[in-house]
Design a protein around this ligand. Structure first.
Ligand code: HSE
Length: 434
């Protein structure tokens, strides 16, 4: 057994699902963590506005407090663990804790996505650590991998399934042919989706996580306005089936791609060639594929949510913080941020990709010629086209895949096509990867 050198005092702020899990692990595995790190991780305070609700762990009364200031100001507290989520008052708590000389561990993806730069700057000025492994992909140690394990690399792209709820819904639609509505309902009743699932299904949660990964991987501060975001609501089982016929699986992807010294950033449902590893990541699981110059392609896979996987990530951050304090191992958090080779965020209009388009057209001579004429005059070349059997009053699905084209050209072609008298419903546009 390693001799215990020292003790670190911890204050956990936020005693919800993740907070309870972290508190439970700190109490029940204290000895194990001490043996592993050589440091006694001592839980000193657990803070929450609500101390009445029943939790999965019982905590000695003297540890419990409703006062955040009591935790932050206490001279013996070394690490403040912020687990309340949201921007306010989490930002103020973290800022105050850093100013008071405390190190910080947080799981707060929204806060880091929108205020990360200010918070990292504050930590640097204060000479304190801030760790945030649980903010992206729950139990998958992707942040550590990017900023430490892969820190010698130049990244070409980071492509992830970063939202378990959306992945669960699309997987159910793919597997059982469920409608979006039915799959969402099922996700809610099995506890995968929140009662208000908008952040997840509209792609915003993935965008927050992509902003964090992009800062680390490409050294580029990314704001929400830099990321093109589309949700999964418009996906229907029929498009999943057509995509499958061509060898593709529809996945909720978050994509950060280097193109020269520019970075393109987008979150949208994507047709991914079924042979790719990310295509077989189903249910609520997350996965991140990285392409970098020294290591080539790597894929990280695992549970992106849940109290135990997320608790695992938070505890590993607490251990890292404790090691930094006791052994003086400086965190490498700014090494990645200082790579900064990316000069510009590419506009979505200029992104080039392949497309899947589903037109609902009247079955009449010349309709297909008209559609392909508009595509051609907008520099869009068709790679495959299928007209499915007539199903309802003369309206047929015409489904195509295109070669690579510019987004702006595709959008203007689509606008013209949607305006044709022979097009009976808004066309469905999806992008391809692989
Ligand atoms: N709501 C997220 C998801 C989990 O569905 O993946 C927490 O980041």
């Amino acid at each position: 057994m390693i001799k215990v050198k020292n003790k670190i005092n911890i204050g956990v702020v936020g005693f919800g699902t993740i907070g309870s899990s972290v508190v439970k692990l700190l109490l029940e595995r204290r000895r194990l963590f001490r043996d592993r790190t050589g440091i006694d991780l001592n839980l000193m305070f657990v803070c929450d506005k609500d101390l009445r609700s029943k939790r999965s762990v019982s905590v000695p009364k003297k540890m419990l407090t409703r006062s955040v200031d009591k935790v932050i100001r206490h001279p013996d507290i070394d690490v403040v663990v912020e687990l309340i989520g949201g921007v306010h008052p989490a930002k103020e708590i973290i800022t105050k804790a850093l100013s008071a000389g405390k190190h910080v561990v947080t799981a707060n993806k929204l806060l880091l996505a929108v205020e990360g730069e200010a918070i990292f700057k504050k930590a640097e000025e204060a000479g304190r650590e801030i760790f945030f492994e649980a903010s992206v992909a729950g139990g998958v140690p992707i942040i550590k991998a990017i900023r430490e394990g892969l820190s010698a690399n130049t990244f070409y792209n980071i492509i992830g399934i970063l939202n378990g709820t959306s992945n669960y819904i699309l997987s159910r639609m793919s597997g059982e042919g469920a409608t979006f509505k039915a799959a969402l309902k099922e996700a809610q009743s099995s506890g995968y989706a929140e009662s208000d699932p908008s952040l997840d299904i509209k792609g915003l949660d993935s965008a927050h996580k992509l902003a964090i990964l992009s800062l680390l991987g490409f050294g580029k501060k990314v704001g929400m306005k830099d990321i093109y975001v589309e949700g999964i609501e418009k996906i229907s089982p029929v498009d999943i089936q057509y995509a499958r016929d061509w060898g593709y699986t529809v996945k909720p992807l978050a994509i950060a791609k280097r193109e020269g010294n520019q970075l393109s950033l987008r979150v949208h449902p994507t047709l991914l060639l079924s042979k790719y590893i990310l295509s077989s990541v189903s249910g609520a699981y997350n996965a991140i594929s990285i392409d970098a110059d020294l290591v080539g392609k790597q894929v990280f896979y695992g549970q992106g949510a849940g109290k135990l996987p997320t608790g695992s990530a938070v505890i590993s951050d607490i251990m890292d913080t404790a090691s930094a304090i006791i052994y003086g191992k400086k965190s490498s958090r700014f090494i990645a941020a200082k790579r900064a080779e990316i000069k510009k965020i590419k506009k979505m209009d200029d992104v080039r990709t392949r497309y899947y388009v589903h037109f609902s057209a009247i079955d009449r001579p010349g309709v297909l010629a008209k559609i392909s004429g508009i595509l051609g005059s907008n520099n869009i070349s068709i790679s495959s086209v299928v007209q499915k059997e007539r199903r309802e009053a003369h309206v047929v699905p015409i489904v195509m895949l295109t070669h690579e084209a510019r987004e702006k050209d595709m959008q203007s072609a689509l606008k013209k096509i949607n305006g044709l008298a022979t097009i009976k419903r808004k066309s469905v546009l999806l992008r391809l990867e692989g």
